[in-house]
Design a binder for this molecule. Sequence first.
Ligand code: ATP
Length: 273
Amino acid sequence: SKAKLFDQDQKVKTSFKDVAGLEGAKEEVQEIVDFLKSPEKYTSLGGKIPKGALLVGPPGTGKTLLAKAVAGEAEVPFFSLSGSDFVEMFVGVGASRVRDLFKQAQQKSPSIIFIDEIDAIGRARGKNNMTGGNDERENTLNQLLTEMDGFGTDTNVIVLAATNRADVLDKALMRAGRFDRQIYVDLPDLKEREEIFQVHLKPLKLDKGLDVEFLAQQTPGFSGADIANLCNEAALIAARSSKKSVEHQDFLDAVDRIVGGLEKKNKIISPKE
Ligand code: ATP
């Protein structure tokens, strides 16, 4: 059997209402939705539609979710692959995989290509050349650059890529006509955490007295992914003691468990806010 080259989702269900907070980032990607929906409107005066944008921010803040929501809102197919999948790849596979990805996306255009953890492919070239695997990575990166330069502005494929290390990326990636836009996706503030809680509390059977604002206050430094995880843990903790609904204490117990886990991973929880 042939290894899967990349993922594709022809009918994306994710929309902006699944993405809590991130108002600024949503505003910026709304423009990309508009480009995909009515390119003629934007090219009528001679302008060129951007080919790529970089979503930059810490892990778990909703970069993948946001990219998917762009495809969902524009009602276009979503092609995705993760840079980390390239780490253990055989020689020649990376470049051909990128080529196939772009070919498919063009055939199904308008469409979105999403490359998660692009830093795994897109680190500055010519560094750490001591290890054999790096040539393969460079080939993959070069192929990515070639593909982005190759497709015309009339192709209507927009490439979104996510990273939490924009500083290590090869500058060639950020050149005009490639990933020349950067969109910041930050950790949520207090109000945003409350909004993220609202999204992830929805499927749970909650105790009537639950104070969502208080939960947001108890979780400084949590990402959206941490909050999603917390809500799930709380539901499991409540179920373990055969409760009929998830109570405040279950969330506090889940916070303890998750903060413990985060500390083990050496993540820093900001004491501020
Ligand atoms: P990574 O850099 O680790 O790949 P990411 O920024 O791509 O992370 P996602 O994979 O999009 O983060 O987020 C993981 C999950 O966390 C989402 O599927 C969602 O359940 C939840 N989540 C993250 N951010 C948000 C948000 N702003 N609103 C609602 N849910 C969120």
